[in-house]
Design a protein around this ligand. Sequence first.
Ligand code: SF4
Length: 69
Amino acid sequence: MAERLKVHVDPDKCQGHARCNALAPELFELDEYGNAHETGDGTVPPGLEDKAWLAKSNCPEIAIDVIEE
Ligand code: SF4
């Protein structure tokens, strides 16, 4: 069975570069200040796992967690 992933943005660390949203717009939404939060409850739809890891590795603030369930 494929792993199920969730993404989570730490709002205390996020500085609003919006890279995550540029790389994975399905997984991250931006608020009016450009700070990101995960879409819905953060569940990564099948097929978007690579984007979740890509966003995590490209966040300059290390604000993104990818949780394997
Ligand atoms: S890339 Fe990181 S710091 Fe930038 S908006 Fe996304 S979570 Fe926030």
